[in-house]
Design a protein around this ligand. Sequence first.
Ligand code: ADP
Ligand code: ZN
Length: 440
Amino acid sequence: MSSQTAKKDFWDPEVSTASRDKIISIQLNNLKDTVRYCYDNNAIYRKKIDDAGVNPEKINDISDINKLPFTTKDDLRDNYPFGLFCTPLSQVIRVHASSGTTGNPTVVGYTRQDMDIWASCLARAMYDVGVRKDDIVQVSHTFSLFTGGFGFQIAAEKLGALVIPISGGNTERQLKIMADFKSTVLANTPSYTLYIAEVAAKLGIDFSKLHLRLGFLGAEPWTEPMRVEIEKRLHMKALNSYGLSEVMGPGVSCECLVQDGLHINEDHFLAEIVDPDSGKSLPTGSKGELVFTTLTKKAFPVIRYRTKDISYLYKDGCPCGKTFIKMAKPMGRTDDMLIIKGVNVFPSQIEEVLMKIKDLEPHYLIVLVKENFMDQIGVWVEVSEDIFHEKLMDLEFFEKSIEDKLYSAIGLHIKVSLKEPKSIARSEGKAKRVWDRRQE
Ligand code: ADP
Ligand code: ZN
């Protein structure tokens, strides 16, 4: 953070590097305002707060958050589409929605001020890692009701950078534009980023000759070995970016250049970790479900929103100088957790093991089947071109050795099927890691 840089409205180190006491006092003030605001402007919130027996005037300490009721995805669905909005629609200038693969999608709205804060949160995170107005930002997230594309577009525009709103898909065109326009920054999902790298290799494109230097990758879980692979193939630093539409979109939290934990924009979002089963607050450092309260949103504020994402908050400060608390990269969602023969397993744990094994490609699919009424879990994973074509290895023996590694890491027998390179479907957005065939 150079002191010579002129002050920007999104760049406010006096907040993002303030003492913890100062940050907590900002949060407390904003929390009081938010609770009062929701109470006064939305009958559903008013009822929930009354039912919890909370007097909005009696929020005196940040720990009083524990007294407030949770908001869940079901609350949003039950009040579809706009029931939890706190402003009239005439003040809402944008809506987004999550994919809604099961039932009604969850719809969220933004006032002009909400949009501005959204842009500032993400612009601040990008600025802090060196994105400037000379940068050329290729946004390969989908532009749709999904927040990814538009979130990065407004943030990069706020920075004064040049935005390429290319959206997802059409990978050869992505690469042509990346080369011709000299893109320096990529906003994308990690899985689609790897696919872009794969198509580039096929076309003989060498990333060391292109200009990418930073990737903001998120919208789905990814692991450290996946980062190593992406950085090696694309010749850029890959930073984890996290967000969800119910809370805002991308920009809720983002990694700094230390690449160890994502700083939460704490003046706008208050994070807690709770036990996913009991809902009880857990102390800093414990692993559990992330819960967010928005502190400044107007059209669609949320109080204690249960994200279902599993993470923990860091106890220690960060060498980068920011004092905003960090969250660990989410390892998965409570609803993505597979329970096989009583063992809890997240797809990311399987990825972590696979990606460390030489001669495997970073493309895999977890397959669930029923055999004799029992759930069985298997994983398909691609091998490298070299070992596949040159038959340099006994593949059966290789499968067995991967199964052993998975067993010692996870405690579960996971049947490994090695697949031909490029045989597993690629994604142009969020990857689908699990194929559940148990009902077939
Ligand atoms: P949809 O329901 O359509 O996927 P969202 O875009 O709001 O809607 O998805 C948000 C979810 O995506 C988060 O709750 C989280 O599960 C996942 N997610 C977003 N960013 C990350 C990230 N960096 N790491 C892991 N998971 C992420
Ligand atoms: Zn940091």
